[in-house]
Design a protein around this ligand. Sequence first.
Ligand code: C2E
Ligand code: CA
Ligand code: CA
Ligand code: CA
Length: 275
Amino acid sequence: VKQSGKNNYMFFDTKMLEKLKGKVEIASALREALKTEGFKLLYQPQIRVKTGELVGFEALLRLKDQKISPDLFIPVAEETGLIIEIGKWVTKEVINQIAVWKEKGLKLKPIAINFSAKQLNDEKYLEFLEEALKEKSVNPAYIEIEITEGILLERTESTIAFLNQLKGIGVKIALDDFGTGYSSLSYLTFIPVNKIKLDKSLNDKFLEIENIKVMDSLISLVHSLGLEVIAEGIEEEEQYKRLKIGGCDYIQGYLFSKPLAIEEIEKIYNHNFLE
Ligand code: C2E
Ligand code: CA
Ligand code: CA
Ligand code: CA
């Protein structure tokens, strides 16, 4: 290899990088991370539209020392079943974080956790969650579980039963990525959810004339079902202003804040984003 010169090294490096990004390598990076505290969570602020208050967060998973994004490693975690262990780690970490804030005397704010459909295979999840909450004396109302409608594709009845159990222990449920996939409005009448998260793809388009009416009606409809609505992926001031007129409850997006590490979050914990 050596005598063939610089270019071949580069070729080799590129190939190695490609390989590193392969599923097998991602899977082993995930296994390694589970063993070595190699995961961390970032927290993205959620803002009340009317007042600008920071009212809660979404926990978003990262691999500490790697540039692999969740869009790449979450699917691998799901395919390999590792998502079950990872999901438990995320849950525990979030509950610990709330306990830390409680200890510091901060006014608690709910944290949303992403829950993959594959985690339904974890029959012990509910027990695990309850136990972790009890252990840290954290009120379940500060936990919000984000599901996507994909969770309903199979085993609808047992899934609804699971969601009702979650609700039963006092945990909140949000329907994530609404406006992608099947997004049948009829879902909203039979799945037990508290909140609808309007997907970025929907929010990127609603300022166009015809879509504004659809957005306003959607928000009214969600409200008429007694649910709250949060718009995600909001990057533009214009979107915020229009969503305020439309009566949207909450906003999450780069306009106000990217997902942040804990130290950053603590600096803005009582921040008002409109002041
Ligand atoms: P998601 O649940 O839809 O999360 C929202 C994604 O949009 C996050 O990407 C967030 O960083 C990004 N985002 C937020 N605001 C904006 C914005 O204004 N503009 C743009 N362009 N993006 C914005 P992230 O953190 O890369 O996560 C990607 C996906 O990975 C998540 O999508 C979720 O499906 C999955 N994921 C992340 N953490 C977890 C986890 O702990 N468990 C599970 N099961 N899935 C997770
Ligand atoms: Ca989410
Ligand atoms: Ca989403
Ligand atoms: Ca998504």
